[in-house]
Design a protein around this ligand. Structure first.
Ligand code: ADP
Ligand code: ZN
Length: 308
């Protein structure tokens, strides 16, 4: 057993509708887990703290805690706003401080990143991105978000990537639907998220039959976005999760349309010959979020800058 496998880590998956907290080992085994609805920041964080205090009594001390949260947020440890949710329409959560109250109550290093950077780390440690150093984890659900590891590290720059808000070519003759993003008339999330599908077609995405034209259009938008990501980040793999991607007919359509859209320009066998293992579903499924948070916690322990 490695040294890190003996340590215990806390993971928090902070979602817009629910929080999931877990204690796990350094090799991805979850020893305790609790979920509760996302209410106010104070009430939600109090429940998080109560869970970890209880578990510390039962299981022993934690080495660190990772928070993989909905955003936008500030993940840069040197920033004055590190640990905060930024401007969000979610009532009560704009400018909520997440990290400082947790650190004050539990007293261990806290890592803080986006839900999708966390899921990317989890898939890298234990799932579909093992052995790679540059790849993307994309979720297509209530929103669209992308996390990326580049050269083995989650991308942080100004803040974090917002892959759901890239512009897409929008042919209003073929698709007269107006984007549902309040910021952009033509972005990926506004045209292709689950709620966009529901509004365009008048029924929830999960109710649309597999041969419905919705899926061709959805695959077209996803493929256009993937082409942009492939051309800018040069990922070695793209993992696509989220509720909408649970439809088994979607990924095969996305694969063929991505290859067609790149039109032979990116001369890699991964795209030209092995597209089935280049665009893949997550292998951690619904556990990617909380395992990703635990993977973040491990990183915090080994990175001096993230310790408050
Ligand atoms: P969230 O993004 O809120 O964490 P999900 O990833 O499950 O949650 O995304 C919810 C969205 O995905 C909703 O718009 C829903 O209609 C859609 N969705 C959920 N399950 C499926 C499914 N099996 N097939 C197609 N769409 C789905
Ligand atoms: Zn947008």
């Amino acid at each position: 057993m490695s040294e890190s496998a003996r340590l215990l880590f806390g993971g928090i998956e902070g979602g817009g509708t629910k929080f999931v907290c877990a204690v796990g080992t350094g090799d991805g085994e979850i020893l305790a887990e609790r979920r509760f609805p996302t209410t106010t920041p104070d009430e939600t964080l109090a429940r998080v703290v109560a869970f970890f205090k209880e578990q510390i009594q039962v299981l022993g001390p934690l080495a660190s805690i990772g928070v993989a949260s909905f955003g936008p947020l500030d993940p840069r440890p040197a920033s004055a706003a590190f640990g905060y949710i930024l401007l969000t329409p979610k009532p009560g959560w704009a400018h909520a401080d997440i990290v400082a109250p947790l650190h004050a109550a539990i007293g261990v290093p806290i890592a803080f990143d986006t839900d999708v950077n966390g899921a990317a780390l989890g898939e890298w440690r234990w799932g579909a991105a093992r052995g790679l150093d540059t790849f993307i984890y994309l979720t297509i659900g209530t929103g669209i978000g992308g996390g990326a590891l580049v050269n083995g590290k989650p991308i942080h720059g100004l803040l974090h990537p917002e892959m759901g808000h890239i512009p897409l070519p929008h042919d209003k003759v073929l698709d007269p639907f107006e984007s549902i993003c309040p910021f952009h008339p033509d972005c990926f999330e506004g045209l292709a998220s689950g709620p966009a599908m529901e509004k365009r077609w008048g029924q929830k995405a999960e109710m649309l039959p597999p041969d419905h034209p919705a899926w061709e259009l959805e695959a077209k938008y996803i493929a256009l976005a993937l082409r942009s990501f492939i051309c800018t980040l040069s990922p070695q793999r793209i993992i696509i999760g989220g509720g909408v991607a649970k439809q088994p007919q979607l990924l095969p359509l996305v694969r063929s349309k991505t290859v067609a859209s790149l039109n032979g320009y990116v001369q890699s066998p991964a795209i030209l010959k092995e597209i089935d293992s280049f665009i893949v579903p997550p292998s951690l499924g619904g556990r990617a979020g909380v395992l990703g948070a635990i993977a973040l916690a491990q990183q915090a322990l080994y990175s001096a800058t993230s310790s408050l």
